[in-house]
Design a protein around this ligand. Structure first.
Ligand SMILES: [Zn+2]
Length: 489
């Protein structure tokens, strides 16, 4: 299966057969959050997209090292080279240490990701913990003659890079003229030789709290330096996959390529993957537009645009119902449809346990497993996987109603397909039967019911009644049937 995996590469603008640099191993780097505010949908989408990529690569047998960074320094307002550091600004406004702000929002981000069932990455490096590596990167670009020092700051020399026949703009498809037109007029621009030059190191102004010593000035690294330095440190150079949101293609990823080529002579990675953006009721999401909804607000339903709370799995399912390269538009109607669809699949999975298998039933079910693998191998087509699961759910419901005959092997296969694709690869959880940890609850209840069954077999009615009554007192009803006891909350 692994050999046929196709990945759309933003750089070549086509699907390519995935071949890792080191057989059996995959190195993947994804740009993580800038931790100065609560997580929102713009954070959920790349996290969920690359969580599924991470899960699937592991499922098909790769040993994956997944690095997702935490930007806690250097990301300035307006995504430009001027303005205040986002975290330092928040710290000033809230009268906190900058690292207190970063820690607080990092913790909040982790807890939201946990609720969305996003697996933690293998390594989560912080930009502030890798200043030495970034200084070394800047020095090597200076040594290559592709950067210059200006008033204590260091800038990447885009024109020089172009003259050396490298293409700044290859990833985004932008041309220099166009970049010039979109470069904002901000103070500090006079330090640059050319408007498209970007900062590798910034000299800190006297009031700037976050600063480190360097050969050029006391200051801080430019935003793009951290991913180049940390990706190479933990994954080697080049590595396999670099991911992130489409909004990062320019200038962030374009500049990452330039920095890596300038310092090493080769590109940072083989495959560039970008998830598309999320709109809300057809509009771009933005703080100034009043449609900026945090993940917590979705979970609690506390934003004025929301008709009701939406559970983490509803959000996850909704995101996976669209292909990661398509835009997603959030609306109450769409979320409610996702909520229904999700519970339909969960109910079908549970109904599998109620189907009486038919002896000698000739298998009429489709090869859902293969269909789902084909979809995943086609650039992670999660909407297609979900549509196959809906088809499978129809078969299951038909069998539960006695309209379709299934053998025990069919039932086992359907259960396997759901376990593999819905739960392991798409990373969905059955929230309805959870109340915390559903699997643990099921396991514990099975142990208790086994002890009770043993007591009954020994005619120890005192113990068996005590277990039933104690469970009753906790709100758990035990029903005795001919195939043993079942339970319900
Ligand atoms: Zn990055």
């Amino acid at each position: 299966m692994g050999q046929q995996l196709l990945i759309y590469n933003t750089l070549s603008r086509q699907k390519e057969l995935f071949r890792p640099i080191n057989e059996g191993h995959v190195g993947m780097y994804v740009c993580g959050p800038t931790v100065y505010g609560d997580g929102h949908l713009g954070h959920a989408r790349p996290a969920i997209t690359f969580d599924v990529v991470f899960r699937y690569l592991q499922h098909i047998g790769y040993k994956v090292r997944y690095v997702r960074n935490i930007t806690d320094v250097g990301h300035l307002e307006h995504d430009a080279d001027e303005g205040e550091d986002k975290i330092a600004k928040k710290a000033r406004l809230e009268q906190l240490e900058p690292m207190e702000v970063a820690q607080y929002y990092t913790n909040r981000y982790h807890s939201a990701m946990d609720r969305l069932n996003v697996l933690p990455p293998s390594i989560e490096p912080h930009a502030s913990g890798h200043i030495m590596e970034q200084i070394a990167l800047v020095q090597s670009i200076l040594d290559a003659g592709l950067a210059y020092v200006s008033n204590g700051s260091v800038y990447f020399d885009v024109r020089k890079y172009q003259e050396d026949t490298h293409k700044y703009g290859q990833l985004s498809g932008r041309v220099i003229d166009e970049m010039l037109a979109t470069t904002r007029e901000l103070d500090g621009q006079e330090e640059k030789r050319f408007p498209s030059d970007f900062a590798l190191w910034k000299k800190a102004s006297p009031e700037h709290i976050m600063r480190w010593p360097s050969p050029w000035s006391d200051g801080f690294p430019g935003w793009h330096a951290e991913c180049t330095a940390m990706g190479a440190k933990y994954l080697g150079s080049p590595f396999d996959i670099h991911g992130g949101g489409m909004d990062l293609v320019f200038p962030h990823h374009e500049s990452e390529i330039a920095q890596c080529v300038a310092s090493t002579g080769h590109a940072p990675c083989r495959y560039w993957m970008h998830n598309n953006m999320i709109t809300i009721n057809g509009q771009k999401m933005g703080k100034s537009l009043g449609n900026f909804i945090t993940l917590d607000e979705f979970f609690t339903g506390s934003h004025k645009l929301l008709d009701q709370p939406y559970s983490p799995m509803t959000i996850r399912f909704f995101i996976l119902q669209a292909h990661y390269r398509s835009t997603v538009d959030f609306s109450n109607e769409a979320l409610q449809a996702a909520e229904k669809g999700c519970s339909k699949l969960m109910e079908a999975y549970k109904a599998l346990g109620r189907i009486a298998p038919t002896q000698n039933a000739e298998s009429g079910i489709q090869n859902y497993r293969q269909l789902c693998y084909d979809a995943m191998n086609d650039d992670f087509a999660t909407p297609t996987v979900i549509s196959h699961l809906f088809e499978a759910a129809k078969t299951i419901n038909g069998a539960a109603d006695g309209k379709v005959k299934l053998s025990q092997a069919d039932i086992d296969e359907l259960k396997g397909v759901f376990d593999t694709f819905l739960f392991d690869i798409l990373g969905m959880r059955d929230e309805a039967s959870e109340g915390g940890n559903g699997q643990l609850e099921d396991g514990l209840m099975q142990i208790i019911l086994d002890i009770r069954a043993a007591a009954k077999a020994n005619k120890d009615w005192t113990t068996s009644d005590k277990i039933r009554d104690s469970l009753n007192a906790l709100g758990v009803t035990v029903k005795d049937g001919k195939d043993g006891a079942t339970w319900q909350i």
